[in-house]
Design a protein around this ligand. Structure first.
Ligand SMILES: *Cc1c(COP(=O)(O)O)cnc(C)c1O
Length: 387
């Protein structure tokens, strides 16, 4: 064995021994309320397709029409020749949707977060992040060379102490709107007040809030009625509720122009295919107009929580479609998810290091694509495997 492979294999073996080895499943169907895996149909409670739009025929038709107009690839980065009229229109629609002057498309949420944080802070600055923030935010903070600190999950007093201790000229506070692994919502009015008091800027990653929260699905800023002064830097993704792909940042003219000039993950990458922008515009229309999707989703969340309490599941304080079920033993998480799969139900098995040691969990994601009966089937399966 080569030295490369021998060294790598040792790392892989260690991963196995820790029971942390990850494997992919090959899904033969599109993303819907059920997935086809190895010839078996599984109820899908692990996708982030909250509104059930990933398989919507109108969005697929818009994608196809986009391909007919623009072909398959954008051919270049946005700053060369990759920025199409379709991208531009979608940016204008997203700005209007979020109530911000401008919006900017990125190729993925991961890239948006890296580019954004790095365009805003550098050496001698401070980035303060919730300890449960998404990995892409944490990576963005580390890469920035700013002083990178974490505060205790949603702890205002800990955030305040750390803000008081800093004399950095630029201070950036970063939080998820809805936390990806817990499903709870950040106390944004209070965080934004603290940030303002200490002359810090607030950035909110609303990957799990857009589409789901707020009267028109504009996310946590709509639900909590937060102005651009309160949340000057808003990020959202398009691969979850929107059922397509990509991400956006919404904010002021100066913010967006700064990103166009300085965000390296914006500048040095090929623009999304224009057809994806066409599809996302179609999706945005449905997100805004079809309130029944959010109503149905909320009904399913209530049904799941009520049923889960009855059968003694360890639920967390979440009223979003992310409904974790805590399993006391981290090693049991994979076992239980495997048993669920045998019963025809697929859920995410989340273990350390994605979550802290001892807090392994099943991450259940509800979607407007589910029926009440499917949620009941999920509850029955959870009960039968002793979750
Ligand atoms: C999914 C997610 C991202 C990454 O977005 P992608 O478009 O999948 O790269 C960023 N932040 C949060 C909170 C997420 O859940």
């Amino acid at each position: 064995m080569s030295s490369l492979d021998a060294t790598l294999q040792a790392g892989l073996d260690e991963r196995h021994q820790q029971h942390l080895y990850r494997q992919r499943v090959n899904v033969a169907s599109g993303c819907g309320s059920a997935l086809e895996v190895n010839g078996q149909s599984l109820l899908n409670f692990c996708s982030n397709d909250y509104l059930g739009l990933a398989g919507h025929p109108d969005i697929a038709a818009a994608l196809k029409a986009g391909v007919d107009n623009y072909g398959t690839g954008s051919g270049a980065s946005h700053l060369i020749s990759g920025h199409s009229v379709a991208h531009q229109q979608l940016e204008e629609q997203l700005a209007e949707f979020t109530g911000r002057p401008r919006a900017l498309l990125f190729s993925a949420g991961y890239m948006a977060n890296l580019g954004l944080i790095n365009a805003l802070v550098g050496r001698h600055d401070l980035v303060l992040q919730d300890q449960l923030n998404h990995a892409s935010l944490l990576d963005g903070g580390r890469l920035s060379r700013a002083d990178f600190k974490r505060y205790k999950h949603s702890s205002l007093s800990n955030l305040q102490t750390q803000l008081e201790q800093s004399s950095a000229s630029r201070k950036l506070v970063v939080t998820d709107g809805v936390f990806s692994m817990d499903g709870d919502v950040a106390p944004l009015p209070e965080i934004s007040a603290l940030a303002a008091e200490h002359n810090a800027w607030l950035m909110v990653d609303d990957a799990h809030g857009v589409g789901v929260l707020g009267a028109t699905g504009a996310g946590i800023v709509e639900q909590q009625n937060l102005s651009i002064e309160q949340v000057p830097i808003l990020m959202g993704t398009l691969g979850k509720s929107f059922g397509t792909f990509g991400a956006f940042v919404a904010g002021s003219e100066a913010l967006i122009e700064t990103l166009i000039q300085f965000a390296r993950s914006y500048i040095y990458t090929t623009a999304l295919p224009p057809s994806i922008a066409c599809a996302t515009s179609a999706s945005l229309k449905i997100v805004r107009e079809e309130q029944w999707r959010r109503d149905h989703l909320n009904l399913l969340v209530k049904r799941f929580r009520a049923g889960g309490q009855q059968i003694g599941l360890q639920l967390m304080a979440s009223d979003t479609p992310i409904q974790p079920v805590l399993i006391n033993d981290d090693l049991r998480v994979s076992e239980i998810s495997q048993q669920l799969r045998e019963k025809g139900v697929m859920v995410g098995a989340i273990r350390p290091p994605t979550v802290p040691k001892g807090s392994g969990r099943l991450r259940i994601c509800l979607s407007a694509a589910h029926s009440e009966q499917q949620v009941d089937q999920l509850l029955e399966a959870l009960e039968s495997v002793g979750a």
